[in-house]
Design a protein around this ligand. Structure first.
Ligand SMILES: *[C@@H]1O[C@H](CO)[C@@H](O)[C@H](O)[C@H]1NC(C)=O
Ligand SMILES: *[C@@H]1O[C@H](CO)[C@@H](O)[C@H](O)[C@H]1NC(C)=O
Ligand SMILES: *[C@@H]1O[C@H](CO)[C@@H](O)[C@H](O)[C@H]1NC(C)=O
Length: 491
């Protein structure tokens, strides 16, 4: 990899060099020296990003950690240093994971809790622009974003076999990742360490926390685990899905009659694959009704794609924009451009991210290894194997909270995918006593959601108005919640 004439150099020199010190307005797409270490970790400092005007106002490091030597599989990461008090040992450290199917952790970085956002403007074939996010959780915490499992985002395997992972093997690889990453960043080992994630990452977060806690007890060198947080999390409980029924009923998506029919015919059954005809019929009606709303946030418009076929036609100039993309990626192998949503639709940023992440200049700035990833996609669609082998993770929640680890389970209250009702139910089933009874929590003099705190440092909170990936919809409220919780203050 070519180094920029006077790049800031290897990671360890970062504070001496100072972020952005070598940037010249927009023309500073830096490619940096590789700090390859013996431990299987390679990291770069990124002081500017294509599309972001000027030097980045936060410290970003990207890199890879090898997690499967036999197959040549490496996980890609983005490390964002806390924007204040970075050198202090009491600054929290958050490992963030995204859900599935194999969604890139860039979803967390660029749409939920990280310091950048896309400027929402119609795509015209040029590089999408980025801006700063005022509600970045990195204002109070270091955040390590990891593209996991292998195959997500920029993580890759040289052998196809390396993509064949599941809940357990992916969690063990994350454990291996952390051991190596912290071995390379020993100065951060003592900081209070938290693991967070939403949606399907709700399966991985408590299991990973469990194996790390076991490693700590066995005396291994691991980060200083204090707790974890999960947002609209999957748990493997039947209520993850069955709670959609009372939720849809409560908000007026289904009728009293259908609700009663489902209750009487589906009791105790799997709502997704019901083994009884009456229940199956009722669930079919139910599914048709909920299909009328955006399940990730019941109040927003459903994003009906602007063109029936996935394509990248822009206005009248489709052929030309195709050419631009091909030239800029340098691979010519963009096979899955997402369908273009109408401008203004909530997924428009996802659409932009595809063109940004596949741009040659972005890849150079991030230090993406050549030939490892022809095409970046925000989420996969069952094109790579994955085994769901964790079953139900409530036992890990129970074990961790029983042993003093702090936990926050939060729910965007407008999510129909994993409704707050199901999350409330399993949190309650841990059977801890209430230490701060259900009440509103506030921001700017208004309720921002509701919360209840149980003994054993178990907190549940809703975020008013938020959907499935809550910080994407209510960034200010979610940041306030995170900030209070991570700093050990009441919500
Ligand atoms: C938690 O898990 C550990 C390790 O598997 C086990 O030794 C311990 O007994 C469990 N503790 C509780 C309270 O369940
Ligand atoms: C709750 O968390 C605090 C801060 O980490 C800790 O000091 C305390 O021991 C925890 N309480 C319980 C009951 O585990
Ligand atoms: C819940 O806790 C109460 C009192 O602490 C206890 O009597 C009850 O048996 C517990 N239930 C379960 C399911 O653990």
């Amino acid at each position: 990899m070519a180094a920029a004439a006077a790049g800031p150099g290897p990671r360890r020199l970062r504070r001496a060099a100072g972020p952005g010190s070598l940037c010249h307005r927009r023309l500073c797409f830096l490619v940096l020296l590789v700090a390859e270490s013996v431990s299987g970790v390679s990291g770069w400092v990124v002081t500017s990003l294509p599309g972001y005007d000027g030097p980045l106002p936060f410290h970003l490091e990207t890199g890879y950690v090898e997690v499967d030597k036999d197959n040549g599989a490496e996980l890609f990461y983005y490390f964002v240093e806390a924007e204040s008090g970075a050198g202090e040992q009491d600054v929290p450290f958050l490992l963030w994971l995204t859900g599935g199917d194999r969604c890139s952790v860039f979803s967390g970085l660029g749409f939920e809790i990280g310091p950048i956002r896309f400027v929402l403007e119609p795509y015209d074939g040029t590089l999408p622009r980025l801006r700063y996010n005022d509600n970045s959780w990195s204002k109070v915490s270091h955040i390590l974003f990891v593209d996991s499992p292998v195959g997500a985002g920029f993580s890759f395997s040289r052998e196809p076999k390396g993509y064949d992972v599941g809940d357990i093997s992916a969690s063990l690889q994350l454990h291996d990742f952390l051991t190596k990453w912290f071995n390379d960043h020993p100065e951060l080992l003592a900081n209070p360490f938290y693991i967070g994630g939403d949606s399907y990452a709700g399966m991985i977060v408590p299991f990973l926390a469990q194996i790390i806690s076991e490693g700590i007890e066995a005396g291994k060198t691991l980060p200083n685990l204090k707790g974890y947080l999960v947002g609209n999390p999957g748990t493997g409980e039947i209520t993850d899905f069955s709670s959609r029924v009372p939720y849809a009923h409560g908000v007026g998506i289904i009728s009293d009659q259908l609700y009663e029919t489902i209750l009487s015919h589906c009791q105790g059954l799997d709502y997704i694959n019901p083994g009884n005809v009456l229940c199956a019929q009722a669930m079919n009606t139910f599914n048709n009704l909920i299909d009328e709303v955006e399940n990730a946030h019941i109040l927003i418009d459903k994003c009906v794609y602007a063109s029936p076929e996935p394509n990248i036609n822009i206005k009248t100039d489709g052929a030309d924009s195709r050419r631009i993309i091909r030239e800029e990626t340098g691979t010519g192998k963009l096979n899955h451009p997402p369908a273009q949503p109408p401008f203004g639709c909530v997924t428009y940023g996802y659409y932009l991210s595809y063109f940004w992440a596949n741009d040659r200049r972005t890849r150079e700035a991030l230090g993406i290894k050549k030939g490892t990833k022809d095409e970046w996609v925000r989420c996969h669609d069952k094109d790579l194997p994955y085994t769901r082998d964790l079953g139900n993770v409530i036992k890990y929640h129970r074990n961790l909270t029983s042993r003093g680890y702090r936990a926050l389970a939060y729910s965007g209250d407008h999510d129909l995918l994993v409704p707050h009702l199901g999350t409330q139910a399993w949190v309650r089933s841990l059977n801890f006593s209430i230490v701060d009874d259900w009440r509103a929590w506030h921001l700017g003099g208004q309720s921002a959601g509701f919360t209840i705190r149980y003994s054993n440092n178990m907190t549940f909170a809703t975020i008013k108005g938020a959907g499935h990936t809550a910080p994407e919809y209510e960034p200010e409220r979610c940041f306030a919640m995170f900030r209070r919780w991570i700093l050990n203050r009441p919500l």
